[in-house]
Design a protein. Structure first.
Length: 392
């Protein structure tokens, strides 16, 4: 696919879907920002989207294997940056522990880098040592660093740690590591997680209170249990007010279910925090209705299916595992955002890939898609037919 002087190689459907999601992100930015600085925010988002597309274009022109060669450096960088965030950002309840400001107006969310590093490292390990994983000890040894990544992220961002854990398990399952080995290993990882949570709570370095209050506000913890968990009264008062999930449900319930309220006509864009990030899908449902929202979900499913379909046709090595890992990462983040936005789950702070506000999330998603397009380009150059099921 050629656009002017740019030759967009790889898979054209992924290019098209990426552009569609970015256009939706501009609409979300338009609807969620106050009128006095709406134009500036839309132009800023447009600039970030252009930068993201440029990143995909540049990355898809290089050999994806370079990321296998520098995987240790990526892993080290992720640990160092997260460590710097913890040291400079205060305790784990502070936003500073989850991001580092690189330049004025742009902060790097450390969890985005950690998720990226986890997928890269897991793909390298599975590709190199898949045949050596025959016992629980082997699996625990090979998955040590992905487990450490999740453990380091856990104090400040439980949902990101859970995503890392889920994506790694998914990659192991698809790579046909024995299910029994995975289940036995999960027991040890679950035990370690519980111990870590209690340890971080004892030293006062965790968001344990935040997790409890969010679960309570979402209705997952009854008042009788809240007493035993020592949820503070000011946190319980969230139940007497309109919590974020309740506001999201209210916005969805009062809209026209077919066509929505129309662009810029949201009733909660001034009162619901994080509307353009944590609750992006709420805004889409409220302003554009059920038909458009269902179409958007279908496009996400097509997007992920496309990556998995291509991965299935490639030799089971580093390239295929990368496609699988990034497909799982994108799909799980989108699913969590939809669950939170519809009030069916506690608030997590996970963005909707390519759509939610947040330059860090978009840039890392574009980096991942650039690697995917590089992989597809490589195999298409070797004569592998991808379009319209021509593999078969």
């Amino acid at each position: 696919m050629t656009i002017g002087p740019f030759k967009l190689e790889g898979d054209r459907y992924i290019w098209i879907l990426t552009l569609i999601f970015m256009l939706v992100s501009l609409a979300v930015t338009f609807s969620s920002r106050p009128e006095d600085n709406m134009l500036f925010e839309v132009l800023k988002r447009f600039a970030i989207c252009v930068a993201g597309l440029g990143l995909i274009y540049k990355i898809h022109q290089i050999d994806f294997r370079i990321f296998a060669r520098i995987s240790k450096l990526i892993l080290l960088l992720a640990f160092v940056i997260q460590g710097v965030a913890y040291v400079s950002g205060g305790d784990a309840t502070e936003a500073g522990t989850r991001s580092i400001r690189l330049i004025p107006g742009f902060s790097l969310m450390t969890s985005d880098l950690m998720k990226f590093a986890a997928v890269i490292w897991t793909a390298v390990i599975i590709a190199r040592n898949r045949e050596k994983i025959n016992t629980v000890k082997d699996l625990l040894r090979e998955m040590l660093f992905p487990a450490l990544i999740a453990a380091v992220v856990l104090p400040s961002n439980f949902s990101s740690a859970a995503i890392i854990f889920t994506v790694v398990i998914g990659m192991l399952l698809i790579s046909r590591v024995k299910l029994l080995l995975i289940l036995k290993s999960m027991f040890f990882f679950a035990l370690a997680t519980v111990l870590l949570v209690f340890m971080f709570e004892l030293v006062g370095f965790s968001r344990y209170e935040t997790w409890k209050s969010r679960l309570y506000a979402a209705g997952y913890i009854p008042p009788s249990v809240a007493d035993k968990l020592d949820i503070k009264k000011d946190e319980r008062s969230m139940r007497d007010k309109k919590s974020q999930p309740e506001l999201a449900v209210m916005a969805i319930a009062t809209t026209n279910p077919v066509i929505g309220k129309g662009p810029g006509n949201s009733d909660v864009h001034n009162i619901l925090p994080q509307l353009d990030s944590d609750f992006s899908f709420t805004l889409i449902l409220e302003e554009y209705g059920l038909i458009f929202s269902t179409l958007l979900i279908t496009l996400y499913l097509s997007f992920v299916y496309r990556l998995l379909y291509i991965a299935k046709k490639l030799p089971m090595g580093f390239s295929a595992y990368l496609l699988i890992g990034f497909a799982l990462l994108i799909s799980i983040q989108a699913l969590i955002n939809i669950i939170v936005s519809t009030g069916t789950g506690p608030v997590t702070g996970q963005p909707m890939p390519l759509i939610s506000h947040g330059g860090s999330s978009l840039i890392f998603t574009c980096l991942e898609l650039g690697i995917c397009q590089s992989i597809i380009k490589e195999y298409k150059d070797k004569g592998l037919q991808i379009e319209r099921g021509k593999y078969d």
